[in-house]
Design a binder for this molecule. Structure first.
Ligand SMILES: [Zn+2]
Ligand SMILES: [Zn+2]
Length: 213
């Protein structure tokens, strides 16, 4: 599995390009203001981006969706419970004083649990509400193996957790998603968050101050 990451100001939201090293099929996760860099990387490595996968529909995770959709013939995926946020992307941006274009329509809604293959890999889609109602964890690994790497959106960060004061957020729901879904993975499982550095399930289980038993 090959992973490219980029982030751009003002939100420094991480976008990810994840590729199968054998077939060069790939998925693009949460394209935002850094999307041009990720599309350039896809071209440079001759990747076939099969899916545009959204962890949730806060607008900083959507600002590159229109450019990604125009450049790639790939479907846009979202959890249905975040459709109200997706359709309100322009209003979300306005709250931060930013003009955000409405993204193109969602092509497919995740069925939970869902499994989306690309190349020799598979994306297991797990519902992790709490930061927002339709948040998901994208657990990616070889289809013929059980090990996974987690793309968790804004549910869990290195040393922190997602905010729950935005529309549809709920702290108890968020903590339950982390404990029951994310912490069901082994300690050596890599975690890639929507903002900030990567971490592991074990490091967060041991040291995250919001998740101490
Ligand atoms: Zn968010
Ligand atoms: Zn975010």
């Amino acid at each position: 599995m090959q992973i490219a990451t980029a982030a751009a100001p003002p939100f420094m939201k991480n976008g990810y390009l994840v590729a199968c090293e054998e077939t060069r099929d790939a998925v693009l996760i949460d394209p935002g203001d850094e999307v041009t860099e990720l599309l350039d990387a896809a071209r440079a490595h001759a990747l076939q981006v099969r899916h545009i996968l959204l962890t949730h529909a806060h607008f900083d995770h959507l600002t590159g969706v229109a450019r990604a959709k125009a450049a790639l013939s790939a479907p846009i995926w979202l959890h249905r419970d975040d459709l109200f946020l997706y359709e309100g992307a322009a209003e979300q941006g306005a709250l931060f004083g930013l003009s955000v274009q409405a993204p193109p329509p969602v092509d497919r809604f995740y069925r939970i649990p869902d499994s989306i293959p690309f190349g020799r890999y598979i994306v297991d889609v797990r519902h992790t509400p709490g930061h927002c109602p339709g948040g998901v964890c994208l657990a990616i690994g070889r289809a013929d193996r059980t090990a996974r790497e987690l793309f968790v959106g804004d549910t869990l960060f290195a040393g922190s957790i997602g905010r729950t004061d935005l529309p549809g957020g709920d702290l108890g729901t968020l903590l339950a998603s982390i404990q029951t879904v994310l912490f069901s993975y082994p300690d050596d499982t890599p975690v890639y968050s929507g903002h900030g550095p990567a971490t592991t399930i074990g490091a967060e289980r041991r040291t995250n101050p919001f998740l101490r038993p």
